[in-house]
Design a protein around this ligand. Structure first.
Ligand code: GLA
Length: 713
């Protein structure tokens, strides 16, 4: 044993282990994160964790510590960075370890600067490792915290990096690259994760996919500025190769801790799986479904008025929309932007959260009463963090606007952010929203955030993104506390604020402003790596999508919107009788399957051509499943191969039924495969379905098929 003094801390849960060694002369060092290991194997790993001493390197074996920095010989991106009057972090020493079976807390001290660092590691019932930390200034001076990042080493077989990028109406596009020496830093300085958020940064074995490969994933559970790091140094990370992780991105001077003050950073979540990206998603979905804020009622079918009327609010028109929505089985009617004081377009009104008497004489109660009387919930749009200069709020309290030294000078969508960390400002916004929610019977808030934060400084200077982010969480919680049952949707020009920090407070996200189903299939798939489908708003829009002007078939739009928290964003008063019937059938199908959607496992097939998708949701005991076989673009090949249907039990038999109530898919073939023509309702073995696969029909682009599978034994 090369390291006889090492003690080993083993954290294990749900098939995952993290092994951390402690040694009197070193900081705790991470030697394993991955498949479950026994205590004796953990001991062996720790005792063999010292790699060769390299040429032109430290004279001692390199370890990768829980707080890597120059002071323990780490030349990569530091885990801890702070200074006091120019004297940097250094000489960290472990002072306490408190370890249990699946969690451990390490306390470290920087004696020179009197700084205490607390690091918490825990693995939950889903196998997700959560790492969080806090930094306390125990000295008398000011401590400037630059970064607290949580980094984990991964083995050399993690050779590829897959994360996401995007833009407005085109969020969550995957991008993949090889891991080579150097640092891949994905940072958000937008005051929100952004449309281009990496969302989940995944490294894995060559060619990892949805169903295959060993993968290690990172998610920063925070709605403000953040960082995702993937880094490989020639000297490796202890006996392992690269490091992955992240934390909050702190702006210059943002975190100055006075004597006795503490910074608490966001959780960074790490998920490992040897079953590809689907394995990662299964873990994240399980974790999210267990948080306290997770909704406890079936997800109501929504109608959102935005693309139906935009700012053109008129009681009669909206009342008709509500009546027709109820007839179609809608259960939540959401009045979008345009109802409050002075809000006739997007140049004015943000900040004045009282009903505009010019547009809504007598208030919103007339509409909300009508909505409630038809058995629907009433939802309302707010953008609580924002202000237009053309508003009473901005005129009365210009000092509540976050801005740089020259005042508010970089408008985006004509708006600026309010300093909600100022208790007076947040109290004012709370009172206004509280009043409208109470007096208008609001059951649901679509909570928007339509701009990046630039020069988000408090009056007199000083970045406010960290404080703002916590203030938003607190404001949501306060409103939900004051109005039990109130649900919140996190929207940010579509999907620019999707993260598991927000999902401790909100009950769904608006994944994107585009309802174009081709775009949506991609957006929902990749948002779904992190979030279970029932937390993603998925709406059916009109044939010609407002955001792309692409036309698509109704059946494809309906199938696309089915796999989520379904809704309608369409002027349904313009529907033809056929369209109305199809939407009503879809509404019933949604009610039939929403329990499965909200409890099942998301599965996605790898082996289909690039223009197609096969994805589904399988119940936890694999006795029921719903799949969509979709064609987004044409393919080079003429035929469709056998496609294994993932996630089923190979020891059971299943009845396979084509569900065509939403409309038949247009085919690009002379005739269906024989198995379909022979019998729409046959029973097949799980092995045939799941391992061998069935040849599926060749569809025209923009069409899809729903397949229902029910175990018969
Ligand atoms: C943002 C949202 C949209 C809509 C508009 C209203 O763009 O993402 O869904 O609510 O604001 O102004």
């Amino acid at each position: 044993m090369s390291n006889p003094l090492a003690k080993v801390t083993v954290l294990s849960n749900a098939g995952v282990s993290v092994v951390i060694g402690t040694h009197p002369e070193h900081l705790p060092f991470i030697v394993h994160w991955g498949a479950h290991v026994s205590d004796s194997l953990a001991e062996e790993i720790a005792n063999t964790a010292d790699p060769a001493r390299m040429n032109s390197s430290l004279d001692e074996a390199r370890r990768f510590s829980i707080a890597p920095s120059a002071s323990d010989g780490w030349s990569g991106t530091p885990g801890v960075e702070w200074h006091s009057e120019g004297i940097p972090a250094g000489g960290l020493r472990l002072t306490a370890v408190n370890a249990r079976r699946s969690s451990a807390t390490f306390t470290l001290v920087d004696a020179r600067l009197s700084v205490a660092l607390r690091l918490d590691y825990s693995i939950d019932h889903a196998g997700i490792l959560a790492v969080s930390g806090s930094v306390t200034n125990r000295g008398g001076g000011t401590l400037d915290l630059i970064a607290l990042r949580h980094l984990m080493p991964v083995p050399a077989r993690a050779r590829e990096l897959l994360d996401q990028t995007g833009r407005w109406s085109g969020e969550h596009r995957p991008q993949r690259r090889d891991i080579v020496d150097g640092t891949t830093m994905r940072a958000s300085r937008r005051g929100r994760p952004g449309h281009d958020s990496p969302l989940v940064s995944i490294v894995g074995t060559v060619g990892f996919g949805f169903r295959r490969g060993e993968v290690w994933a990172t998610h920063v559970a925070w709605s403000g500025n953040g960082e995702y790091v993937t880094e490989r140094m020639p000297e490796g990370a202890g006996a392992l190769s690269s490091v992955v992780g992240g934390g909050e991105l702190l702006l210059p001077g943002e975190m100055r801790l006075g004597a006795g003050e503490t910074y608490t950073g966001p959780e960074v979540l790490f998920a490992w799986s040897d079953e590809g990206i689907d394995g990662i998603s299964a873990r994240f979905h399980k974790r999210v479904r267990a948080v306290a804020a997770y909704p406890d009622r079936p997800r109501p079918l929504v109608l959102n008025t935005w693309e139906a009327v935009y700012f053109d609010h008129d009681f009669d028109r909206l009342a008709l929309l509500a009546e027709q929505a109820a007839e179609l089985g809608v259960e939540r009617f959401v009045l979008d932007d345009g109802w409050f004081l002075g809000r006739r377009d997007d140049t004015a009104g943000l900040g004045d959260w009282s009903v505009d008497p010019g547009v809504w004489p007598g208030g919103l109660s007339r509409l909300s009463d009508l909505v409630h009387s038809r058995g629907m919930q009433f939802g309302l749009w707010f953008e609580p963090e924002m202000v237009n200069l053309d508003s009473e709020l901005a005129r009365e309290h210009p000092d509540w606007i976050l801005a740089g030294p020259d005042g508010p000078r970089l408008p985006a969508r004509n708006q600026f952010a309010l300093d909600l960390a100022n208790p007076l400002a947040s109290q004012h916004v709370f009172e206004q929203i509280d009043d409208v929610v109470g007096s208008s019977g609001v059951d649901f808030i679509k909570w928007d955030h339509n701009r990046d934060l630039h020069e988000a400084e408090k009056p007199g200077g000083g970045s406010r993104v960290h404080a703002q982010t916590n203030a938003v969480y607190a404001l949501i919680d306060r409103l939900r506390g004051a109005h039990p049952g109130l649900e919140i949707e996190s929207c940010a020009s579509g999907g620019a604020r999707i993260d598991l920090g927000m999902m401790r407070h909100a009950q769904r996200v608006w994944a994107s402003d585009t309802n174009d189903p081709i775009e949506r299939q991609m957006i929902q798939r990749w948002t779904g790596v992190l979030l279970p489908p029932e937390l993603q708003g998925t709406h059916v829009g009109p044939a010609e999508a407002h955001t792309t002007h692409r036309e698509s078939s109704l059946q494809f739009r309906l199938i696309t919107a089915l796999f989520g928290h379904a809704g309608i964003e369409w002027d349904i008063t313009s529907l033809s009788p056929d369209e109305r019937e199809a939407v009503a059938r879809w509404s019933a199908v949604y009610r039939e399957f929403r329990g499965l959607i909200a409890s099942g496992t998301t599965v996605r097939a790898d082996d289909v051509d690039d223009g197609a998708m096969l994805h589904g949701i399988v119940s936890p005991d694999a006795d029921r499943a719903l799949f969509a076989w979709l064609r987004l673009t044409t393919s080079a090949t003429a035929h469709s191969d056998r496609v294994p249907i993932p996630g089923l039990s190979t020891t059971r038999n299943y009845r396979l039924e084509l569900r065509e109530e939403l409309g038949e898919a247009s085919r690009h073939q002379v005739a269906d495969p024989d198995w379909i023509s022979r019998n729409h309702n046959a029973v097949y073995s799980g092995r045939l379905l799941g391992e061998i696969g069935l040849p599926l029909p060749v569809l025209n682009p923009g069409f899809g098929m729903l397949l229902e599978l029910t175990a018969v034994d």
